[in-house]
Write a protein that binds this ligand. Structure first.
Ligand SMILES: Cc1cc2nc3c(=O)[nH]c(=O)nc-3n(C[C@H](O)[C@H](O)[C@H](O)COP(=O)(O)O)c2cc1C
Length: 153
């Protein structure tokens, strides 16, 4: 979802979404994550200016920044948490978009903007709000193309 209505998202719903994120599985139960929720319009606009493919962050009432302490499986762990956020939000009638964070040069500027310490890694930026449209689903590879029974071939 990249188009949002102006309707604010109740804090209780935001907490519920983050509560689902923190329950994601992690290697050795590391739970390396932290979450910064940004609702301030000016900060969202600033993030949107930084994130190359996330201009719509300016218009979504909420931006969730998923962060991690360094650990062996931080990317897998925090990707699972990110996906939990997308699924929980959808279950609550909210729309989201996963915007790239990790590997992007703009992460350093996002960290500065949000006072994130040096040892904390940006994983993803998630726009969230009430959908203003119903986008048609993207094409997905068919089940019988991707599903292999017992061995790859
Ligand atoms: C790691 C990752 C990074 C992504 N980064 C962006 C992004 O920067 N901007 C954006 O609009 N969408 C981004 N997306 C969303 C993908 O474009 C989207 O999931 C994909 O096109 C499939 O569409 P669907 O999720 O609606 O099925 C990202 C998704 C992932 C998993």
């Amino acid at each position: 979802m990249r188009s949002y209505s102006d309707k604010a998202v109740d804090k209780k719903l935001i907490c519920e979404v983050i509560d689902c994120a923190r329950l994601a599985p992690t290697a050795n139960n590391t739970q390396p994550w932290e979450f910064v929720v940004v609702t301030d319009r000016e900060k969202r606009r600033a993030i949107a200016r930084l994130a190359t493919y996330g201009p719509f962050i300016a218009d979504a009432p909420v931006c969730i920044v998923v962060l991690s302490k360094d650990s062996k499986y931080f990317l897998e762990d925090c990707s699972a948490a990110t996906e939990n956020i997308l699924l929980a939000a959808h279950a609550l009638g909210l729309g989201t978009c996963w915007v790239a964070g990790h590997k992007k040069d703009y992460c350093e500027a996002v960290k500065k903007l949000l006072s994130i310490p040096d040892n904390v890694i940006v994983i993803s930026l998630i726009s969230m709000g009430y959908p203003a449209e119903r986008p048609s689903p993207h094409n997905k590879r068919a089940l019988d193309e991707v599903l292999h029974w017992e061995a790859y071939t």
